[in-house]
Design a protein around this ligand. Structure first.
Ligand code: PMP
Length: 422
């Protein structure tokens, strides 16, 4: 056997590396993925993953929806379907979006396999290697991974407790333009942002839309958490204000069930054809089975009440997390206070490196995601994302308490390392 074949068959990574397309270099497992194996051990309190909590979803009801679907419409549900998505579901999606002020035509909706696929399609259509995508600082790790795979340059723009800062956006646009690079779109998560939990108020939404219109930059509004506000509804979607320049992404992952993998993009009519063709070339069509499951569920079940039950479940967990942070964390730490969604963002003193601290947290039986996962440039080493969506309130308390011990120890170790010898 020639030597090279032997190496190929043994999966020699260096040899394979040379055979990959250059874009494969950007395909690296996210920090979250590599954490999952450890964080999912039962003795660990995982404040790491953002997995929706299905304990509030009545499984008998889901079973009857599925049973009924197969018995009454199995031949359609188990067949290929439209590349753009099932027409009935596209109409129902417009009803769901109406809750956030959007008036849309089902013709402009493309059903995708989770909104993650929509992110992939948009990136595929818009990004040439070296193009710039502007995102919040920090931003959703799954979107950063997609942009990296398409060889975009990601530019982070300041986000404060009120979301993306419009003035910082203006400045970032002019600095990028001065370098001659093309900005393809602004990607943002206005509601209960992943990873910080912050909400962008209505006036900033309007200002950001104006800036992007003036500068001819598309806005990609990613909104999986918009209906998960605990105390009040979120402001109208940005897409409600601007139908021409906003690409809106929605998902049933957090409001129904992530395992069904149904999301969507609502696009300006001029973009529809390209997205549908791009989607067909990767998946032919979204699953009829899961689309029709969602469609029957929306038609026959009290889905608004179900979302209210999810909100109640998450709110209790959010409260448990904020109360225990208040009780246990050192005064030098600051954190966000989300009004909905899944996440709290914690900033620690700059000398702390949350990635290096992770093994100690695991020994203390708690996991989180280090802040650097949410930046394309290695920033955020002193921060961490804590998610409260999954564990019980008691486990959240236990986890935050254990983590506070690790943080305090790390802080005192760091400060004594800088003390002058007496
Ligand atoms: N966008 C954001 C901000 C997310 O947090 C997630 C999932 N965690 C997604 C998109 C992808 O969701 P899905 O593909 O399940 O719709």
């Amino acid at each position: 056997m020639p030597n090279s074949t032997a190496r190929y068959q043994s999966g020699d990574p260096q040899y394979l590396e040379k055979r990959f397309a250059s874009r494969a270099a950007g395909m690296q497992a996210s920090e979250i993925r590599s954490l999952f194996a450890v964080a999912s051990r039962p003795e660990i309190v995982s404040l790491a993953g953002g997995m929706p909590n299905l304990s509030a979803l009545p499984m008998e009801m889901m079973a009857s929806v599925l049973n009924e679907l197969i018995l009454t419409n199995g031949a359609e549900a188990l067949q290929y379907g439209s590349g753009q998505g099932h027409p009935k579901l596209r109409e129902q999606i417009c009803e769901v979006m109406a809750l956030e002020g959007i008036r849309a035509n089902p013709d402009d909706v493309i059903v995708t396999t989770g909104s993650q696929q929509a992110l992939d399609l948009i990136s595929r259509i818009f990004i040439d290697p070296g193009d710039v995508v502007v995102v919040e600082a920090p931003s959703y790790v799954g979107a950063l991974g997609t942009f990296r795979q398409y060889e975009a340059q990601v530019v982070h723009v300041e986000l404060d407790s009120q979301g993306l800062v419009p003035e910082a956006l203006r400045q970032a646009i002019s600095s990028v333009r001065a370098t001659g690079h093309k900005i393809k779109f602004l990607y943002l998560i206005p509601n209960y942002q992943n990873p910080t939990g912050v909400l962008l108020p209505a006036d900033r939404r309007t200002e950001i839309l104006e800036i992007c219109r003036e500068e001819q930059i598309f806005v990609v509004e990613d909104n999986p958490y918009g209906l998960l506000g605990f105390d009040r509804p979120s402001p109208n979607a940005m897409r409600a204000e601007d139908t021409e320049n906003v690409i809106y992404l929605g998902s049933f992952s957090k409001t129904i069930a992530a395992g069904l993998r149904v999301g969507w993009a609502l696009v300006p009519p001029s973009l529809k054809e390209k997205l549908v063709v791009a989607s067909e070339s990767s998946i032919l069509c979204p699953s009829n089975f899961t689309q029709l499951t969602i469609s029957s569920y929306l038609a026959d079940q009290p889905w608004r009440n179900q979302i209210a039950s999810f909100c109640e479940l998450y709110k209790v967990r959010r409260d448990a997390m904020l109360e225990s942070l208040e009780e246990f964390f050192p005064p030098a730490a600051v954190w966000t206070r989300p009004g909905g969604g899944f996440y709290v963002w914690v900033n620690l003193p700059p000398e702390i490196d949350t990635k290096l601290m992770m093994p100690k947290a695991i020994v203390a039986k708690v996991a989180y995601v280090p802040g650097t996962a949410f930046y394309a440039d290695g920033f955020g080493s002193w921060a961490m994302r804590l998610s409260y969506c999954h564990p019980t309130p008691e486990r959240i308390r236990e986890g935050v308490k254990a983590l506070s011990g690790v943080v305090k120890e790390e802080m005192s170790r760091r400060s004594s390392a800088f003390e002058l010898p007496k």
